[in-house]
Design a protein around this ligand. Structure first.
Ligand SMILES: CC(C)(COP(=O)(O)OP(=O)(O)OC[C@H]1O[C@@H](n2cnc3c(N)ncnc32)[C@H](O)[C@@H]1OP(=O)(O)O)[C@@H](O)C(=O)NCCC(=O)NCCS
Length: 181
């Protein structure tokens, strides 16, 4: 079967600690609050509202059973490329694989929407995020000069995510998450 296109997306992970689900307009107060804590040039409420209204976008949140929002991420789909627009986990919740859970769910959602390749930009200094993305098969392909006001962006791609090789990568990430749940 190597090389044949796979249509199955890995199951979206849910742990007893938190749930990953679609972002709704009701989440935006909490999302924008986290966004302001995390990013030096945060997206406004208006930007998130506009993003949610567009049909080629998918945004997910991770929330505690108690309703507290811990993180979020999203992508836009152009043909069969899913462009990860944001991935963020509140500082106090980091290092507990929430970013990994969100990425697994984003990849599953991208596959379900017909994506075959993933791309994103990340600050050249953001080694934590780059390490996370490399685990998901992203490789650097170039720089966008001054993409951020004071810093270059590294452009990364993960290709052929609908193929058996990528599915195996996702399964091993999911196994790791399950072992540590
Ligand atoms: C990047 C981010 C989403 C990771 O979230 P997280 O929940 O802490 O990530 P995880 O616990 O799932 O970690 C996954 C992997 O990321 C990497 N990583 C995470 N934090 C790291 C750190 N401080 N230093 C180095 N690597 C790190 C590691 O490879 C880690 O896997 P490992 O622990 O097995 O080595 C989070 O740090 C964040 O929100 N940062 C600010 C916003 C941001 O930079 N977003 C990305 C924009 S492109």
């Amino acid at each position: 079967m190597a090389g044949s296109a796979l249509v199955m997306a890995p199951p979206a992970p849910t742990t007893p600690q938190f749930e990953i689900r679609a972002m709704t307009p009701d989440d935006l107060m909490a999302v924008v609050e986290l966004e302001r804590d995390i990013y030096p040039q945060p997206w406004s409420m208006r930007v998130f509202e506009e993003e949610l209204a567009l049909s080629n976008r998918t945004y997910l949140v991770a929330e505690l059973a108690a309703g507290e929002l811990l993180g979020y991420g999203g992508f836009l789909l152009v043909e069969d490329d899913a462009h990860i627009t944001t991935l963020a986990v509140g500082e106090s919740a980091r290092g507990r694989r929430l970013g990994t859970h969100l990425m697994v769910a984003l990849v599953a959602a991208a596959l379900a929407r017909g994506a075959r390749h993933l791309t994103l930009e990340v600050r050249v200094s953001n080694k934590a995020a780059q390490a996370l993305y490399r685990r998901f098969g992203f490789a650097p392909v170039g720089l966008r000069k001054n993409y951020y006001r004071n810093e270059d962006a590294m452009v990364m791609w993960a290709t052929d995510i609908d193929q058996a090789g990528y599915q195996a990568r996702m399964e091993s990430i999911i196994e790791l998450l399950e072992e540590q749940a």
